[in-house]
Design a binder for this molecule. Structure first.
Ligand code: C5P
Length: 405
């Protein structure tokens, strides 16, 4: 179950080219089990039609405070009373200026003003040209809007529809969705610093070849998002994967196990929780070729000498802070058989209080997984579910254990 299941949103669109992203956002909300009531300003209808938004949300769109479809003619009251939040995406500079002056000359602004302020949060995703965004008036308005209790999301940077480059783009629908999930997540890891390793490592044989594995990094990235949603400050040390960096998460990119080991050692002193989700190569090539190894005329096969990589988890778990549980360590085990037996033994050999086992070949590359949690008191199964949902469950398990430690 996601944080957005059965939540009801009023999605307000104001005039801006980013209206096209609001269509995607509406779909994504519905896909996550939320219901959406769209309200559009007149400006928004210049960019996208109410027909599109009605088709995507499955509800008639409201445009005017004089809409006679509501029997009491009070759409500005009725629409928000059952809402879990009002989300303005995109929020134009003009609309933000209107909001903070308490103006109410169209349905959307009227509805925001008339919302029960303690019950219905107002979440705002600004979208505008970089000069408009940087203008002191806009920045002053944003400060005031936050002060008045609205949740103002970040803006993205990059190419803008006008051809200029800079800050002010509306966040991508996926990022807004993540921010909404965070909004509705209990802050079980507030103030905690979490260090996570994720993905495969790549051990060079020569400059064009290497040894790696099938880990996609999806479980580690899902964990990073879940910890961040739960209020933690997250650092993610990732091997070579092409996944998006979760918003608000610091990402350190590494290639080899040795680099992952060094990056972890540098940062683990500042962590309260260490989660080793990476599939670290056990061995590396002793002397990787400086140039591409060529096939010889006599077709002799090169003999690779392998040496063992440092065990990152084991090293961290045996450090003084881990032994006193000032640093809480969580390991993973990807097995292909005898999950319970192998995971129980691995937990002891790694010296961690909690080990999470999964059947590697069954989940590599997928968005779903099934987990077996192993600690000193026994095991608990988390059945097949999305890696996001499983990560939320793991956050709860970890939070309970560290509050006891
Ligand atoms: O020994 P094995 O690779 O099965 O152990 C898996 C666990 O140990 C995972 O948590 C993985 O991230 C961690 N590990 C590590 N450094 C290694 C090998 C594994 O941190 N060199």
């Amino acid at each position: 179950m996601t944080q957005l299941k059965n939540k009801h949103f009023v999605l307000g669109l104001t005039g801006g080219i980013a209206c096209y992203k609001a269509a995607e956002l509406c779909r994504a909300l519905m896909k996550d089990g939320a219901s959406v009531q769209v309200v559009m300003s007149e400006g928004a209808t210049q960019f996208i039609t109410p027909v599109t938004m009605q088709a995507l949300s499955g509800r008639p769109v409201f445009l005017s405070q004089w809409d006679a479809r509501e029997s009491n003619n009070m759409a500005h009251i009725n629409l928000t009373r059952e809402a879990d939040a009002i989300l303005i995406a995109p929020a134009s500079a003009e609309f933000v200026a209107k909001l903070l002056h308490g103006r109410a000359d169209d349905l959307l602004s009227l509805m925001c003003l008339a919302r029960p302020i303690d019950k219905v949060p107002l979440i705002v995703a600004p979208a505008m040209n970089k000069e408009m965004w940087g203008n002191p008036a806009t920045q002053r308005n944003m400060v005031q809007l936050k002060h008045d209790g609205a949740h103002v999301l970040d803006v993205g940077a990059g190419d803008q529809a006008c051809g200029e480059v800079g800050d002010g783009r509306m966040l991508e629908p996926e990022q807004i969705l993540e921010a909404l999930k965070a909004h509705f997540t209990e802050k079980l890891l507030e103030g905690r610093r979490v260090l996570i390793t994720a993905g495969p490592t790549y051990e060079a044989i020569d400059p064009v070849r290497g040894i790696t594995n099938l880990s996609s990094g999806k479980m580690g990235f899902a964990l990073a998002r879940a910890c961040s949603r739960a209020g933690a400050q997250v650092t993610l040390i990732s091997g070579p994967v092409s996944l998006e960096t979760p918003v608000g998460v610091e990402r350190i990119g590494v290639i080899s196990a040795q680099q992952m080991y060094e990056a972890t050692q540098e940062r683990v002193q500042n962590a309260d929780i260490f989660i080793a989700a990476a599939a670290v190569a056990d061995w590396r090539v002793h002397l990787a070729g400086e140039q591409k190894i060529k096939k010889g005329k006599d077709r002799t096969v090169p003999q690779l000498e392998l040496v063992e990589n440092p065990d990152i988890l084991k090293t961290v778990a045996s450090s003084p802070r881990a032994l006193t549980q000032e640093l809480y360590c969580v390991g993973f085990a990807a097995e292909s058989e005898n999950l319970e037996e192998l995971a129980t033994a691995k937990r002891v050999s790694k010296g961690v209080p909690l080990l999470i086992a999964n059947v590697g070949p069954q989940t590599f590359g997928l968005d779903e997984n099934a987990l077996l949690l192993v600690d000193e008191s026994g095991t608990r199964e988390l059945p097949w579910a999305s890696k996001d949902a499983l990560s939320d469950e793991l956050v709860k398990e970890i939070a309970t254990r560290i509050s006891r430690a």
